[in-house]
Ligand binder design. Structure first.
Ligand code: NAP
Length: 283
């Protein structure tokens, strides 16, 4: 029976550490502050905003919400970002995407300074992940995968890792982060031939496909560590990961649950990045 790598355990440890670091910052007169920039009233943005605000406040990080109307022009967003860039009391900025179609998203996301880019949305931050320059921050979801692997002391050096998915938000950055930790990494995608055999080769599997329960018994073997990034909402509102957890549980060594796995840790990583940004800005 697989060990369930629960996100809540990771979050608890992380939050405890963050609360102590926030205390230290406050003792120096610095209040770590997250600005959340939202355009329009999308339900999933609002619920993520609520969750992030709750998590931030729990460890003492202040949150400032900036909401612009759905009809805002690119220039108005650029002006809002310029203001946040110049505001020394704001340490990190979370901007929800996708932005409304009429907005030039590439221009807007790259207007943010990498020092405040706590969700790794700028090209400079992503370049930092690929070139290991330490500029900006890695996107929160791949960082959450690494946080989980680290918390549970999963050895990566010399191990074979397979990442299923090659998006710029999850698959590619997590592959680079595993590589930086000396894993031997393969990236699989929709054109990969004989995916089950490729995945069975891996010691560590990161599934970021976006297809409910696609990774099943035929992809898995005993001893594997499985990180399930997928969040797939069924018609009845229930959530499923990219891995068939029921099948996997009887085969692999350990697996993250959905819900309660990577997604849970992602929000805490966001707050961790705000604290790190505040530390770096005030060193
Ligand atoms: P995405 O942009 O749609 O990318 C999906 C990737 O999976 C693509 O690279 C695609 O390959 C590959 N793929 C699709 N079908 C495949 C198949 N049959 N076999 C092998 N590979 C296949 O999705 P994403 O934004 O990376 O998100 C992936 C999942 O993570 C989603 O379920 C999303 O909800 C979830 N997610 C979770 C969090 C979190 O905090 N936990 C955050 C972000 C996303 P091609 O490139 O060849 O098309």
């Amino acid at each position: 029976m697989a060990t369930i790598l629960k996100g809540a355990t990771v979050v608890e440890a992380l939050d405890e550490r963050l609360a102590a670091e926030v205390e230290e910052l406050k003792a120096r007169g610095i209040e770590p502050t997250l600005a959340i920039l939202r355009v329009g009233e999308r339900g999933d943005d609002i619920s993520y905003e609520r969750g992030a605000t709750r998590r931030a406040e729990k460890v003492g990080v202040a949150v400032r919400q900036i909401t612009l109307p759905e009809t805002s022009a690119t220039e108005e967003l650029l002006a809002a970002i310029a203001k946040l860039n110049a505001d020394a009391s704001v340490h990190g900025v979370l901007m929800f995407r996708p932005l409304p179609k009429h907005i030039d998203e590439e221009l807007v996301r790259n207007a943010l300074v990498p020092q405040k880019d706590i969700d790794g949305i700028t090209d400079l931050s992503l370049a930092g992940v690929f070139a290991d320059t330490g500029k900006g921050f890695a996107p929160c979801t791949p960082s959450a995968c690494m946080e989980i692997l680290d918390y549970f002391d999963i050895e990566l050096r010399g191990k074979k890792a397979v990442v299923i998915g090659r998006s710029l938000v999850v698959g590619k950055p997590v592959a680079m982060m595993l590589l930086a930790r000396h894993a031997t990494v393969s990236i699989a995608h929709s054109r990969t031939e004989n995916l089950p055999a490729v995945v069975r080769e891996a010691d560590v599997v990161v599934a970021c496909v976006g297809r409910a329960k696609m990774v099943g018994a035929e992809h898995l073997r005993p001893g594997q560590i499985v990180i399930d990034v997928g969040i797939n909402v069924a018609a009845d509102g229930t959530l499923a990961g990219d891995v068939d957890t029921d099948a996997a549980r009887d085969i692999v060594a350990a697996i993250t649950p959905v819900p309660g796995g990577v997604g849970t840790v992602t929000t805490s990583v966001l707050i961790k990045h705000v604290v790190e940004a505040a530390q770096k800005a005030t060193r």
